[in-house]
Design a protein around this ligand. Structure first.
Ligand code: NAP
Length: 261
């Protein structure tokens, strides 16, 4: 070894990002994008076996990833998952609360369980994950939290539960921004419009339409005349997670191909 090579400073270890619901859809695209941005990524989903697909894709592209199985609505599983991530990958400083489910129905047909499930995954899940991860961000003096809201936060037929949860996440986000700002932590919400994923395919099936026809009908009402793809959302999250976005906090960014309030 030459004298010159011994004086080279070792590169700083990659910052660690956690993405929930990252086995597929928007979460998978976000995990891949954050890995391409240089983060080591914890790919969290209900089953470790499904999370592995995304983790392997990251590793195949030369990144570092850990597949973790956890139900974000279960406090014990969340605490264990975050402890494991910190031990095996490093202390997480980016958190994307993306895990989500639909239990759509018109109000008069909506069951208590439809309501509770949606609240548990979206709202309680984001609360539990954020509570578990924030201590690592505070210790690091740096953190980026991105919560997945939705254009449905403004109200959507058949989604009383989901729109309430997604509107709730906007209030949650703003409160995180206020409480955690002094520790170098920002919190923002991304509110997608129509994004082509298994979730919107399931909605097409529920209303009895072919997915292609459903997408075309949606696209015709969107100013940019197309539906979104998961990478559209991943790109916005990448910006919000970046070091340079440190003065953007408590915001709701609609990524919907056109203006929404
Ligand atoms: P998706 O394709 O249905 O993926 C959601 C992922 O979350 C799945 O991998 C699912 O796992 C996982 N998940 C569900 N419950 C979980 C739990 N309790 N713990 C951990 N993981 C869980 O959905 P997507 O379309 O990518 O949506 C991602 C996020 O964006 C959601 O929060 C959604 O509400 C929001 N969003 C989507 C759209 C859209 O048009 N697609 C628009 C606005 C907002 P399983 O596969 O095992 O169920």
């Amino acid at each position: 070894m030459t004298e010159q090579s011994t004086s080279v400073t070792a590169p700083a270890p990659a910052r660690v990002a956690v993405v929930t619901g990252a086995a597929r859809g928007i979460g998978a695209a976000t995990a891949l994008r954050l890995a391409a941005d240089g983060y080591a990524v914890a790919v969290v989903d209900l089953e470790e076996s499904t999370a592995k697909g995304t983790a392997e894709a990251i590793e195949a592209a030369g990144g570092r990833a850990l597949a973790v199985g956890a139900d974000v609505s279960d406090a014990e599983q969340v605490e264990a998952a975050v402890e494991r991530i910190a031990a095996e990958l490093g202390a997480p400083v980016v958190l994307v609360n993306n895990a989500g489910v639909l239990r759509d129905n018109l109000l008069f047909k909506m069951s208590e369980s439809d309501w509770d499930t949606v609240m548990a995954v979206h709202l309680k899940g984001a609360f539990l994950m954020t509570r578990a991860v924030q201590k690592h961000m505070v210790a690091a003096g740096f953190g980026r939290i991105v919560n997945l809201s939705s254009s449905s936060a403004q109200g959507n037929r058949g989604q009383a539960n989901y729109s309430a949860a997604k509107a709730g996440l906007q209030g949650f986000t703003k409160t995180l921004a206020i409480e955690l700002g002094k520790f170098g932590v920002t919190a923002n919400a991304v509110a997608p419009g129509f994004i082509a994923t298994d979730m919107t395919a399931a909605t097409a099936a529920r209303v009895g339409m072919e997915f292609e026809a459903f997408k075309q009908a949606a696209a015709s009402a969107i100013p940019v005349q197309r539906v979104g793809v998961p990478e559209d959302i991943a790109h916005t999250i990448s910006f919000l997670a970046s070091e340079g976005a440190g003065f953007v906090s408590g915001q709701v960014i609609y990524v919907a191909g056109g203006p929404l309030d």
